[in-house]
Design a protein around this ligand. Structure first.
Ligand code: CMC
Length: 467
């Protein structure tokens, strides 16, 4: 809570250590009044600003933060990121240890339930996920209805949303059993839906899940199985894919997670909330950078062209894709882990000359003041595209593969939202900038062009900014 003080503007001074309190004193220079706002966990409450008014009928002060760049929207105990030092932890466990010792399915359990499972808990979790990988045959028909060249992410988005119609009981979001079943079904069925979309684009028959295989092996089987009775995945490829799944499982309040929480706050069923996350991930500023890295490496063509390319970046003619991050101002820990697996994958699939270009490009950029001064380091997308390419996964599918593991993060965040008594329906405020109090004009009296050629004119938009 905040309280108002009638103090003078110049009466403050610097508090000594003994006097220091977890409060913020703000003075409204419009009125000369001062207010003391409580500071908790390094934040002040937006609602505490509302008491700051110039008159009794004033609505009160609001904060303006488009894109939430400095606003915490929730309390969360799932994922911790320290972007300055390059730390990523899930439920307190460093990502490096999880990638080294865990499996994606176990990490999914950790994210959803908060603790590493015991042997019995993991066995049950794996059993439940494995036995819910099949989708209703009508979903298959539904996917078949898409055009041959439909974007797989569009197909995934639609089919995840459609799942809500197959499991109407999921609407009972306060029932723990229903919540558990929705979590299991989404994590289990996402690879099946993704693989169906992939095979649809290729005009190949869909492959049903194989319960004898692990989560990642089964996904490879559903992508690649042809005439063989049993698909036997290369363990190096299955392990690399599993590590990629762990690395993409959650990343705290990013765009798609925020979408899941915002839509979920309406108390809609979890399939619909997760479909909103898939939609957000579809956007090129969120899920699509690894594809851009591959295009960039192809354009550079050979290591000798790197100096010219970097000069172009410094002149701002280009962007070094796969470098830089809104949160990480150090080496993205996920990039370091992926890099280790690239060699292993290429050993199984054969060399890729793009890797030599990527390694040399990274080395030169990290030796260059332009990038080090701006704290631009490789991010998760710098090397992941190379692994996907080695797995013969087409670029259109990269974001789909991101969505598979991110589902466990979305589900964990959705569960946390529903257990948080402080949360309500998400409903931001706005600063209204439009007209007011105009009288309706009869159609014959309105001004405007006589003939229409393009879409109706709108006021000029404000220039768009990047992510
Ligand atoms: N290449 C060249 N210059 C860059 C780059 C880059 N990749 N990224 C940032 N800069 C420069 C930028 O021009 C600016 O320079 P100046 O101060 O001289 O104007 C400075 O670095 C700060 O950049 P910013 O645009 O304010 O940083 P941001 O936090 O808004 O942008 C970013 C973050 C990821 C959008 C950006 O670094 C970028 O576009 N990177 C390339 C795309 C990419 O790899 N995206 C994947 C992100 S990881 C995916 C995930 O975690 O979900």
């Amino acid at each position: 809570m905040a309280s108002e003080q009638q103090t003078s503007q110049d009466g403050g001074g610097v508090a000594t250590a003994e006097q220091a309190q977890d409060t913020l004193t703000v003075t409204d220079n419009r009125t000369g009044r001062s207010y003391e706002l409580e500071i908790t966990d390094g934040t002040v409450r937006g609602m505490d600003l509302r008491q700051i008014k110039v008159s009794e009928d004033d609505f009160g002060l609001m904060s303006y933060d488009p894109a939430f760049t400095n606003t915490a929207s929730c309390r969360s105990a799932i994922t911790y990121i320290d972007g300055e030092t390059g730390i990523l932890q899930h439920r307190g466990y460093p990502i490096e240890q999880l990638c080294e010792q865990s499996s994606y399915v176990e990490v999914a359990y950790l994210l959803v339930f908060g603790e590493l499972p015991t042997k019995a808990q993991l066995d049950r979790w794996v059993y439940d996920i494995t036995h819910h990988t099949y989708v209703h045959e009508n979903i298959k028909k539904f996917v078949e209805g898409f055009r041959y060249d439909a974007h797989p992410m569009g197909m995934l988005l639609a089919s995840v949303g459609a799942l809500s119609t197959f499991y109407p009981d999921a609407k009972q979001i306060d029932d723990p059993e229903e919540r558990y079943m929705a979590a299991i079904r989404m994590i289990a069925k996402m690879p099946t839906l993704a693989a169906f979309a992939y095979r649809h684009n290729l005009g190949l028959p869909y492959i049903y899940p194989d319960n004898d295989l692990s989560y990642s092996e089964n996904f490879l089987s559903m992508l690649y199985k042809m005439t063989a009775v049993k698909y036997e995945p290369d363990p190096r490829l299955a392990r690399a894919l599993d590590v990629l799944f762990i690395l993409h499982a959650d990343h705290e309040q990013n765009c798609s997670t925020n979408a899941v929480r915002s839509v979920g706050s309406s108390q809609v069923d979890p399939y619909s909330a997760v479909a909103a996350g898939v939609a957000a991930l579809y956007g090129p500023l969120h899920g699509g950078a690894n594809e851009a890295v591959l295009r960039m490496l192809r354009r550079i063509e050979k290591p000798e062209n790197i100096p010219d390319f970097l000069e172009g970046v410094k002149k701002r003619e280009e962007r070094l894709m796969g470098f830089g991050h809104r949160v990480y101002k150090n080496y993205d820990p996920r990039a370091r882990i992926i890099k280790k697996h690239v060699d292993e994958v290429l050993e199984a699939t054969g060399d890729n000359p793009l890797l030599d270009i990527a390694v040399e490009l990274e080395k030169r950029a990290l030796d260059d003041e332009y990038f080090t001064e701006r704290k631009l380091y490789p991010n998760v997308d710098f090397y992941s595209g190379l692994i996907y390419e080695a797995l013969r996964i087409p670029a259109d599918m990269f974001t789909v593969i991101f969505a598979i593991p991110r589902t466990s993060g979305w589900v964990a965040q959705w569960m946390e939202l529903n257990e948080d008594s402080e949360q309500k329906i998400a409903r931001p405020r706005q600063i209204y900038t439009g007209e007011r109090d105009r009288d309706y004009v009869a159609i014959g009296d309105r001004e405007g062009p006589e003939k229409i050629t393009g879409p109706p004119a709108r006021r000029p938009p404000r220039p768009r900014r990047g992510a």
